[in-house]
Structures are given as C-alpha cells and as structure tokens.
Design a protein around this ligand. Structure first.
Ligand SMILES: O=C(O)CCC(=O)C(=O)O
Length: 331
C-alpha cells in the first residue's frame, strides 16, 4: 500500500497549466546565502543576575533583529528528541489511506494534513505531510502508547522552555512576569510533526509554503537535512542546521504584544530532491479567550482575542488562499 500522499495526482492540473517560464522563474534551489542564526546558550540564565540580564538582552536583540534564533543547552534531552524522530518516522511510514482516515490515532479529522488543499499555482504548492496535534488531545491517543508518551514528554518539556523564553522576552518589554502563566495553559498549545518526502520537482515548489506562525513563539527541532529558510531584507536566507540547537522563532502574537518590537518573520521550507526531512514544532499559544494588547502606546494593532485572530485567518484562507494575518489588525 502506498505510503506517500498522492501529490502527483493532486497537482497534475497545476503542473500542466503552468507555463514553462513560470517553472523556470521559481528558483527554489538557487544558491542561497546560508546563515548561522544567533546562537544563544540557555545555561547562562542560571549563572547569576549579570549573566541572566545578558541572556535577556541577547534573545531580545535576536527577536527584534531576526525574529529567529537558536538555543543550546535548552534542557530538552537529545535522547528524547531522537525518540520523537524515531516515532515520527514510524507513524509517517504507515499507508497513506491509514493516515488519511479521519479517526487516525483517535485524533480529530484535521490532525493529519498533506500538501496544500488550496493550492492554485506552483508557488503555493507544498510537498509535505504533517500531524498537527492540539496538546489537549494527546491523551486521546490511548492505543499508541510509545508515540503518545513521547509526544507527551516532549510537549511538557517544550512548554516549560517556551514559557521560560517568553518570560525573558517579556521582561525586556516591562510586561508582568506572570503574563504567560495567566494566559497560556499547558493544553492551549500545539505540536506539529512534519515530514518532507524527497521532491522530484524541488526546484519548482516549496516543501512548506511561506508563512508566519500564529502563536507567541515556536520551538523547532530539525534534522541535519536543512531546507528551512527565512525572509531577511527581502531575500531568502537558509538556516544552517545545528544538531545541538533548537530553532526559536517569534510568532504573530508576540509581534502584536510587543507592539512590533519582536518580529514574526515569514519562513518556508525548501524540499530536497534526494532525501526526506523531518522536523517537529511546538507552537506556544494562549487560551482562546486571551486578548492580545500591545504593551506600549500608541499601539500598532487593535486589541484582539486569540479566538478572533484564528477565526479571521480561517476566513481569509478560505476566501483568498492566504492567511493575511496581523496586517488585518493594524490601526
Ligand atoms: O520544518 C521546519 O523547519 C519548519 C516548519 C514550520 O515552519 C511549521 O511547522 O510551521
């Protein structure tokens, strides 16, 4: 039974209708500048007040200059991340029909995703599959003990790390220290496991379309294959994988909360022609009722609840294929 999602079948019409010049002008594999993101050592947080302050300044600068950084000594054991990848490989190796079954893993129907159902042209095709799991639903995966317990462990560790980083970033803005404890519960976040199969057309289409994240911040564990790119000064920049580090990026909600100081940067993944790639992302989100209000005045954005933000995105994606995002809430 076929394991791969039926990308060819789904995208055939778009391929056939795309003019040759469009195929050529979409240079996914041109040589991109490869950057080492700012690399920050989390262990400095516990060395004393001076080192703690320096750490906060470093991540705040990276969050405002790049919207992305990497951290080492992050407290999520390598063994656990290895186990997550192992479980991830196993689950994606199941037949496509099993994965696409609406009760797969006892989770809700939209947990398993592949490609871009709203794709209209080469530039918004996506050559990947994912399990996008709400943390509150993990306990429903009762029959899948190893997968469930590994995800549970990772989500718990990632949640602590996300809270720690968010509190440091908030401290730099004068936001009260318990803001995240009050507005995020351990079940309001999401864990997403991505698989990027080898893509024979990797020069023409992304593995994951350009997007920003709908959260406060995201923690990404990626393997050594590479392919993550971010938009910097109008150009795509490749993130050099670092096996010891986790990638952190600022999401839309922190951009709004920080009144534009921290940047939610557009990023994408370039598919690889030869080898598959895996990544796992933890999206640190508040409860639906949380109202996001700029931390300084005058605010760039009007106040909005997380629920309202998600509903607006859903509407915009349905209507236009694009999430639009924060620009909708500009004052
Ligand atoms: O695969 C990656 O490195 C990034 C994935 C990503 O951007 C996402 O899951 O939103």
């Amino acid at each position: 039974m076929a394991v791969e999602p039926p990308f060819f079948k789904k995208y055939k019409a778009i391929f056939q209708s795309s003019a040759d010049d469009e195929k050529e002008k979409f240079p996914m594999v041109e040589v991109f500048e490869e950057f080492e993101l700012p690399l920050i050592d989390l262990s400095h947080l516990n060395l004393g007040p001076f080192e703690r302050q320096k750490f906060i300044e470093q991540i705040a600068e990276a969050a405002s200059e790049w919207g992305f950084f990497q951290i080492v000594n992050h407290g999520i054991p390598e063994e656990l991340l290895g186990r997550l990848k192992h479980e991830q490989m196993k689950v994606f190796q199941q037949p496509f029909d099993t994965k696409a079954n609406k009760n797969f893993l006892n989770l809700s129907a939209h947990t398993y995703r592949w490609g871009n159902p709203l794709a209209t042209s080469l530039s918004n095709l996506s050559w990947s599959e994912a399990l996008h799991i709400s943390v509150k639903d993990i306990s429903k995966m009762d029959e899948y003990y190893n997968l469930r317990s590994t995800i549970e462990e990772c989500a718990a560790k990632a949640d602590l790390l996300a809270q720690k980083l968010a509190e440091c970033l908030a401290q730099n803005l004068g936001i009260k220290p318990n803001y995240f404890q009050e507005n995020c519960s351990s079940s309001s976040s999401f864990l997403r496991m991505n698989r990027y199969p080898p893509c024979p057309h990797s020069s023409m289409m992304p593995g994951f379309i350009p997007h920003t994240d709908t959260d406060f911040l995201t923690i990404v564990s990626q393997d050594q294959v590479g392919g993550l790119q971010l938009k910097r000064d109008g150009r795509w920049v490749s993130v050099k994988p670092n096996p010891q580090a986790l990638v952190i990026n600022i999401g839309d909600l922190f951009q709004a909360l920080s009144n534009g100081i921290y940047k939610s940067i557009t990023h994408r993944v370039v598919a690889n022609k030869e080898v598959e790639r895996y990544s796992a992302a933890y999206f640190y989100c508040p409860t639906y009722e949380t109202v996001i209000e700029s931390c300084s005045k005058p605010g760039l954005y009007r106040n909005f609840s997380f629920k309202e933000y998600r509903e607006q995105i859903e509407k915009d994606v349905k209507a236009t294929g694009d999430k639009v995002g924060l620009s909708r809430f500009l004052l």
